[in-house]
Design a protein around this ligand. Structure first.
Ligand code: AMP
Length: 213
């Protein structure tokens, strides 16, 4: 018997804490954490043609067209470290993407993170990120030691363009209209595990661990 192959999807609205939890679990399982949002932001930062095309959609809080996201994801999934499994964070985001994923690499477990809408807005509007090392803070719940500066490298923290109020409301409606139908899709397939996302990152991480074992 070979080693266990974990193919996991983290599903949930923006601001639910998927990225934080994905980083923790991926490290524990020794699999790569693949965030299509991070891959797209890297393409935007390095100004690749794909990044330039994606940027307007992202800043407005809309989904990037499926073919662009699929291209960037396929490339990442082909890397050697993804052959023994992966944790997908932020993909799929609609039914077409779920079908595309099924054709490349079927996933066995989908964790669905749940949090009341007002808490999502608090988490998103308070989020600040380090442009150098990508560490994530929150002005209310997880402030840096020195206000406005990254604990690790002292870089000035920034707000993501899509964490501004207009983009937040677009992202929440896009989630409700396009991504939430995936909950039913995976529930019917018997692969959905709901996770209560209230509480501290440690508390949520314990629920995540229990759900994947
Ligand atoms: P995230 O970091 O997951 O919140 O993603 C940030 C933004 O990147 C989203 O609001 C979309 O514009 C874009 N994005 C990330 N993943 C996808 C995806 N699977 N499909 C389409 N757009 C995506």
């Amino acid at each position: 018997m070979g080693p266990t192959v974990h193919r996991i999807v983290f599903l949930g609205p923006p601001g639910v804490g998927k990225g934080t939890q994905a980083a923790i679990l991926a490290k524990e399982l020794g699999i790569p954490h693949l965030s299509t949002g991070d891959l797209l932001r890297a393409a935007v930062a390095t100004r690749t043609p794909l990044g330039l095309e994606a940027k307007g959609h992202m800043d407005a809080g809309r989904l990037v067209p499926d073919d662009l996201v699929l291209r960037i994801l396929r490339e990442r999934l082909a890397a050697p470290d993804a052959q023994a499994g992966f944790l997908l964070d932020g993909y799929p985001r609609n039914l077409a993407q779920a079908r595309q994923l099924e054709a490349i690499a079927p996933v066995e477990t989908v964790l669905a993170f749940e949090l009341p809408a007002r808490r999502l807005i608090e988490r998103l509007s308070g989020r600040r990120v380090c442009p150098t090392c990508q560490s994530v803070y929150n002005v209310a719940s997880r402030p840096p030691k020195v206000p406005g500066r990254c604990d690790r490298d002292g870089t000035e923290l920034v707000q993501r363009p899509d964490d501004r109020p207009e983009a937040i409301s677009t992202r929440l409606s896009v989630y409700a209209e396009q991504t939430a139908p995936l909950l039913d899709h995976y529930r019917r397939a018997g692969r959905l595990q709901p996770v209560d996302a209230t509480g501290s990152p440690d508390e949520v991480a314990a629920r995540v661990r229990a759900a994947v074992r």
